[in-house]
Design a protein around this ligand. Structure first.
Ligand code: GDP
Ligand code: MG
Length: 752
């Protein structure tokens, strides 16, 4: 198949093996060569001539007839083509094969104007029988022509008409046979063809109508004599063919007349319409109607013609059963895939940069919300599907529909991934800005000092965050595409916002708890300090006996501390609950908060007591207590010691009295029960919703946190045994010092 390009007088045809350049297609293309090879460049040729872009608006004509009956001459005159013509002097055979050229003539004007995109096939070497060759190529080319062409021109000498046994009739028999073979498989579309008889060297003695009748009689005979395949026994010739007839004068003898008649014949090659009576043998095509009836068209879109024709030829050459519907489906699959790839390339050009940008964001840990993704995604989708539809919908409907679904699937897989990435990014950035916005608003609220409403802030910012996400999700929605409604992503997002609000509220609760604890600390600092200060007064009174208030005794110390403690915490709880409710805390959260508050408050109290009983502090209190008892009389007047006074007795009494305070101070006990307060009951059990991880800052409390191995008794022990004894010793020394001083002053007073 490396045949050289074929030179004619005026230019050159592209041979099958030839690389395509525009010049080489000048005159046409050798579709099938002598070796029966099919050109790989047919599509290029159709592109160059513009026929490939014509959709269904193109027409195919093939010419048949014995060798050297002036077929090529006819085509060249009709269509301005330059098919090889046997030289009149050399009588050399032209190259066997099928040649194609586009129509080069305008052919008339107005309603007579020739149809657009006429492609002509010149079939050379179909008269093998004349040369004693087998009829293999004749059969093959007839099949090929029938499978592709709307009009078959049958070229015949006038003197051959009526020669039933002649070569022409053999050829027609072959045409009819292969036609039956072909359309046995294609009952649904049942395409018809026009057999256009052009009678050459018409002398004029016999009118065309007579020639026509003779031919029709012959054709009917041939048809009758055919052995028809099963199921088609009763078929008639007019089920498959329409007929038209034309006669041309002798080209050499009547050259002028020949030219005018050819000119007139040329105007027949336009789109025609069937009239009521014109059918089969009775068709009126021999009159002036256009020959291209829409029903002759094989409905192969021009951009798929080369693939289709090659497929057909491949089946023919390999002697396979030619099944046109299957070929059309195969073509549709091939072309739809090709078109799909093409349109996906354009889709890629838009989508790939977006996918890359998104992937980059993910890689850097900063998910990007791509701007106007919904708009560009949707536009790319519509554009791609539309482009596919424009080209591919011309092909086999079933295949087209399936391939369209496939294409949409491919597009949607990409878009879905992209959109989900987009929503993931929107989700992340939305949650982050929500969290920031709430924190920011709280900070401003705190700065202003006004009591900001946490719940309102959350509600407001949540609405903003949801609105943003929703509008992004909505912009991505594609009508009629269920995966694009993103309802699930929306509810996941809302859930995350709620989780963030819960976390923020928890932080807010902690801040509130800290404020309330601080308040408890300062209140207890004062009130407990006051109670310990009272120890310094040895008379145990509050210093206001005239009010009738029950005089306080040292034994009440812990009762008073406990009472002031629980009263303070109660007040703190009220404050806490009020505020927590204002920011929509749940009862659970409030319960946890209160439980923590009680525990922490106990810790505050315990720390305050420890501070009060620190060595120096308590020793000072005991000394004051002792001095009050020792150095003041019942009326609170300072004693002036005289030598006669029972200093020793009073010293012993006061000392013993103050010493009783040490065991009292050592344990936190209530007077009535002589037992520690019911601290575990008062604190209460940990609420079920307490997360131990969150409570690591809590100090264990003896008797409450049993697993800590510290009993309530131990928790309530203020001074351990060693400290107590040490305190006794130190206090005694201090008391002794005071006694010695008193003694001295008594003597000194006398001396003065
Ligand atoms: P093809 O083999 O059928 O394509 O025939 P060609 O077109 O190559 O022509 C074969 C010969 O017939 C050439 O020598 C032509 O000059 C000659 N020829 C062409 N047209 C006519 C015609 O209308 N009448 C006659 N008698 N000869 C013609
Ligand atoms: Mg020829």
């Amino acid at each position: 198949s490396t045949a050289p390009s074929i030179m004619t007088m005026n230019g050159h045809f592209a041979a099958v093996g030839e690389a395509p350049t525009k010049e080489q297609y000048e005159l046409g293309i050798q579709v099938i060569d002598e070796e029966q090879a099919f050109t790989p460049h047919l599509n290029t040729y159709l592109q160059i001539t513009g026929a490939a872009q014509s959709g269904f608006n193109y027409h195919l004509i093939s010419v048949f007839g014995s060798q050297s009956t002036g077929k090529s001459t006819l085509l060249n005159n009709l269509f301005g083509t330059e098919f090889g013509v046997m030289s009149e002097t050399e009588r050399r055979q032209t190259t066997k094969g099928i040649w194609m050229s586009n129509n080069k003539r305008e052919g008339g004007s107005g309603p007579e104007k020739m149809a657009e995109n006429i492609l002509v096939m010149d079939v050379e070497g179909t008269d093998g029988r004349e040369r004693g060759e087998d009829q293999d190529f004749e059969r093959k080319s007839a099949l090929f022509a029938l499978a592709t062409s709307e009009v078959l021109i049958v070229n015949i000498w006038e003197h051959q008409v009526g020669l039933y046994q002649g070569a022409n009739m053999g050829l027609l028999k072959t045409v009819f046979e292969v036609n039956l073979q072909l359309f046995l498989k294609d009952k649904q579309s049942n395409p018809r063809s026009l057999l256009f008889f052009v009678i050459r060297d018409h002398i004029g003695a016999t009118p065309l109508s007579n020639l026509r009748n003779t031919l029709i009689a012959d054709l009917t005979n041939i048809w009758t004599s055919l052995s028809k395949p099963k199921g088609l026994e009763k078929s008639k010739i007019e089920d498959y063919f329409d007929f038209a007839f034309a006669a041309l004068p002798h080209k050499i003898l009547q050259p002028d007349k020949f030219v005018t008649e050819v000119e007139r014949l040329g105007t027949r090659f336009r789109v025609g319409h069937r009239s009521a009576k014109s059918h089969g043998l009775h068709s009126d095509h021999e009159l002036e109607g256009g020959v291209f009836l829409p029903e002759y068209h094989r409905r192969i879109p021009a951009d798929g013609f080369s693939v289709y024709a090659e497929g057909i030829w491949d089946q023919i050459v390999n002697n396979k059963d030619l099944d046109l519907p299957t070929q059309q489906e195969l073509l549709a699959q091939f072309r739809c895939d090709e078109i799909s790839r093409e349109v996906l390339e354009a889709f890629d050009a838009t989508i790939l940069p977006l996918e890359e940008k998104q992937a980059e964001g993910v890689r850097l840990g900063k998910p990007t919300v791509l701007k106007n993704l919904g708009i560009s995604g949707k536009a790319a989708r519509v554009k791609t599907v539309k482009a596919f539809e424009t080209e591919a919908s011309r092909y086999h409907k079933g295949v087209y529909t399936r391939k369209r679904v496939e294409l949409e699937g491919k597009i949607d897989i990409r878009l879905k991934a992209l959109y989900q990435g987009q929503l993931t990014a929107a989700h992340k950035s939305g949650v982050a800005s929500f969290s920031d916005a709430v924190a920011g608003a709280v900070k401003i609220g705190q700065k202003k000092g006004a009591s900001y409403e946490f719940a309102d802030i959350v509600e407001r910012e949540k609405a903003v965050a949801l609105e943003q996400f929703e509008s992004e999700a909505k912009s991505l929605a594609i009508e009629g595409v269920p995966w694009s409604n993103f309802k699930q992503q929306y509810s996941l997002y809302e859930k995350d916002l709620d989780e963030v609000s819960a976390r923020l509220r928890k932080e807010e609760m902690r801040r509130l708890a800290t404020r309330v604890e601080r308040w408890v600390r300062s209140r207890l600092g004062e009130s407990v300090g006051l109670e310990f200060n009272k120890l310094g007064s040895g008379r145990g009174g509050s210093g206001a006996p005239e009010t009738g208030e029950k005089p306080l005794t040292e034994k009440d110390l812990w009762d008073r501390i406990w009472n002031v403690f629980i009263a303070t915490v109660k007040e703190a709880e009220t404050r806490f609950v009020e505020r927590a409710k204002s920011f929509d805390a749940s009862q659970d959260e409030i319960d946890v908060g209160l439980w923590r508050l009680r525990r922490k408050s106990w810790g505050v109290l315990r720390a305050k007591i420890d501070e009060e009983v620190m060595e120096g502090n308590i020793l000072l209190k005991l000394r004051e207590n002792f001095e009050d008892k020792f150095r003041y009389d019942e009326a609170g007047v300072p004693r002036i010691w005289r030598p006669t006074d029972d200093i020793e007795g009073m010293y012993t009494k006061a000392k013993e009295s103050t010493l009783t305070l040490i065991p009292l101070l050592s344990r936190f006990r209530l007077a009535a029960t002589y037992a520690p307060p019911e601290l575990p009951d008062w604190i209460g059990n940990a609420p079920a919703s307490v997360d131990p991880k969150d409570e690591e800052d809590l100090t264990p409390i003896g008797g409450v946190d049993e697993e800590e191995g510290k009993s309530l008794e131990e928790e309530m022990t203020i001074l351990g045994e060693a400290k107590r004894q040490d305190l006794v010793v130190r206090f005694k020394k201090t008391a002794d010092g005071v006694y010695v001083e008193a003694k001295r002053s008594a003597i000194g007073g006398v001396a003065q």
